[in-house]
Design a protein around this ligand. Structure first.
Ligand SMILES: [Zn+2]
Length: 361
């Protein structure tokens, strides 16, 4: 199966919108428009998370489906006298992935201006210098200004966000996509796709689907939206690191091998009953799935421990090169995640829910 033109366009549009943690406004605006056009009521928290709300026939149970809107990037720390800029990282950035990249900075007026990260040519480096990776703290971001004053007059300020360019490409096989920020615009596109799919459907429970802020700096929006909505069940959509590049078939996180059954990560130990439900969803819909663990975490880590505990499941796919401007996903993984998520929504009911809740009692 292929992605529809609409799905492809959404993946392109959403990966190309910029927004590091704390600066998600342009993504929020896009989602606000999209959710409203589909006729959904909007729910916000005070940090900027945004959710579409679908009322159920019996709104005793609330299901939250969340993907984070923010991406990793930088903020301006220092504007040097010569117009060059020093930055701090936002989220987990590997310094080795950065030199000579094209970047964009958002000015005080909201305009995006192009630039690059300064790189010294190899023949100007000593043998010793060449073997030591440059640290982000000493990297210089160049937006073409020749003085601090010129940079400031053009709207550069301390605290401005910077994002590395990562143009959207459908790779030659037609099955894989390359772009920045599939972590986690994947989750936002899937959420929107599901909202469109279920628009005219009736459910017994309330459904909230949307985007959280500031996941990459510590799942902050997940906490606040969980408090705003107080869901009974949360499903977190995120994009996790693939580990298959070296060809090791035993490594967890194979691109194209389907939905991740994330049994363990640093932030949450999966609810076995929910994992079994997710597995059943994959089997019933005939899509691939794979077990996955991670040293990282997701919004699920924050959500599952709010109040007296919230039943939470992650519904992720993997990508190569996450947290760089060149992440790669497989179309089949996206489609598998969509099919199985729809199955889950159609099979959640009060009885089932009661069993999950009582499983640990
Ligand atoms: Zn993520």
């Amino acid at each position: 199966m292929d992605l529809s033109t609409k799905q492809l366009n959404l993946l392109q549009t959403l990966t190309q919108i910029n927004g590091v943690s704390g600066y998600e406004k342009e993504i929020t605006n896009f989602l606000k428009k999209s959710y409203s056009e589909l006729g959904y009521e909007l729910i916000y928290d005070n940090l900027g998370s945004i959710f579409a709300h679908k009322k159920g026939n019996n709104n005793k149970i609330k299901v939250l489906i969340a993907g984070h809107m923010d991406e990793v990037g930088f903020i301006v720390r220092e504007i040097m006298e010569n117009g060059m800029i020093k930055v701090a990282p936002i989220g987990g950035v590997n310094d080795q992935t950065l030199l000579a990249h094209r970047v964009h900075l958002q000015t005080r007026e909201g305009k995006w201006i192009p630039g690059s990260i300064d790189a010294v040519p190899p023949h100007l480096l000593s043998e010793a210098e060449r073997s030591v990776p440059t640290k982000l703290a000493s990297m210089l971001f160049d937006f073409g200004f020749s003085s601090k004053q010129e940079a400031m007059l053009n709207g550069v300020y301390q605290g401005a966000q910077i994002v590395a360019d990562g143009p959207f490409e459908v790779l030659t096989s037609g099955r894989r996509l390359l772009a920045k920020a599939f972590d986690n615009r994947y989750g936002l596109v899937l959420g929107l796709d599901i909202l469109e799919e279920i628009k005219n459907q009736n459910f017994d429970f309330d459904i909230y689907i949307g985007g959280t802020v500031q996941e990459e700096v510590g799942t902050r929006g997940a906490e606040t939206i969980a408090h705003k909505i107080h869901p009974d069940l949360a499903i977190v959509l995120d994009c996790s690191p693939a580990r298959d590049s070296m060809g090791d078939k035993g490594a967890l996180g194979q691109l194209g091998e389907g939905v991740l059954l994330r049994f363990y990560d640093r932030s949450m130990i999966a609810f076995p009953e929910l994992l079994a439900f997710q597995r059943e969803a994959c089997e019933q819909t005939g899509v691939r799935y794979q077990y996955f663990d991670s040293n990282g975490g997701t919004d699920a880590g924050a959500i599952h421990r709010q109040f007296d505990g919230i039943l939470t499941l992650t519904h992720c796919i993997c990508a190569r090169n996450i947290h760089t401007c060149s992440s790669v996903i497989d179309i089949d993984d996206y489609l598998a995640a969509k099919k199985s998520l729809l199955w889950m929504l159609n099979h959640i009911n009060a009885e089932q829910f009661k069993l999950w809740r009582e499983a640990r009692r």
